[in-house]
Design a protein around this ligand. Structure first.
Ligand code: ATP
Ligand code: IP8
Length: 257
């Protein structure tokens, strides 16, 4: 089984609220189907989640009752994006089924409190492709908080030990610094998990879950379990397909020790 995260930077335009990139989503869905691999798919929230989450300060947890509408709207919005992804997967011929985090994970001060991944097991056993996504969730310390797709990647990797985990973003991989900020940065073709945290990162768009910095922490946790992690560009045709097929593709490979 291969675990994939379709980043919000690829499937949406993170600068514009609720702007899905349907052509890209459809192409990525076709590439996933063509690979013929057993998959668990996670997707980010992009501009369907991060913008309203920031407006209502949802990442800080419950502060006032005015945030509750923000909680509902954000959940509704990420489900709209999830439906767009599902439509694309079904049209490509994948038997996808959606499993929303709000109903299977609870956090405590933004860290894992409890999780029930049995629906993922049931789906895989039947030959269905489970799909989940970054969402608002209940939090035992803060009443609610944000669950990133990156955290879901870590928990799914721990439980299902995929043959590899692929993070699909809008850049060719992990660079020595943010490629949107500087031309001097270099693509890192292979990085050890211990070197990950030394990499310079930046957040140029609204992102309540820590952007690339948060992602590097999640990648390190997955690599720590001996699982190969790839970071590749989803805007480049067939890169996801070739990565799924085990071909050598431009991107960053992160290895444990
Ligand atoms: P989402 O959280 O919405 O799902 P995502 O998973 O696609 O989004 P982001 O958190 O947006 O990922 O991170 C990808 C972005 O990180 C890229 O668009 C890039 O500009 C930025 N970035 C910052 N530092 C780096 C770096 N060192 N290497 C590569 N990208 C970087
Ligand atoms: O885009 C964030 O998930 P991510 C979820 O995977 C929300 O970090 C609701 C902003």
């Amino acid at each position: 089984m291969i675990l994939i995260k379709l980043g919000g930077s690829v499937i949406t335009d993170k600068r514009k609220e609720s702007a899905a990139r349907k052509r890209t989503i459809n192409r990525l869905a076709r590439e996933m189907k063509l690979s013929g691999k057993e998959l668990i798919i996670v997707h980010g929230a992009g501009s369907f989640g991060h913008i309203t989450a920031r407006v209502f300060n949802l990442d800080k947890g419950y502060e006032s009752k005015e945030q509750l509408m923000g909680f509902s709207v954000t959940h509704r919005n990420v489900r709209i994006l999830n439906n767009i992804v599902l439509e694309a997967l079904l049209s490509a011929g994948l038997k996808a089924v959606s499993i929303p985090p709000l109903s299977f994970i609870k956090l405590k001060r933004k860290r894992l409190h409890s999780i029930d991944l049995s629906l993922f097991e049931d789906s895989l056993r039947l030959g269905l492709t489970p799909v989940t996504f970054g969402d608002v969730v209940f939090d035992a310390g803060l009443s609610f908080s944000i669950c990133s797709g990156d955290l879901l990647m870590v928990e799914l990797a721990k439980k299902f030990q995929p043959e590899k985990a692929i993070f699909v973003i809008d850049e060719d991989g992990i660079y020595s610094g943010d490629p949107k900020k500087s031309r001097e940065v270099k693509l890192l073709r292979s990085v050890s998990k211990d070197d990950l945290m030394k990499i310079s990162t930046d957040i140029s768009v609204t992102d309540v879950t820590g952007g690339m910095k948060g992602k590097l922490g999640s990648i390190a946790e997955i690599a720590d379990q001996g699982i190969e992690v790839l970071v590749i560009n989803g805007n480049k045709r067939n890169r996801l397909l070739n990565a799924l097929l085990g071909k050598k593709v431009k991107g960053t490979t992160v290895y444990g020790d």
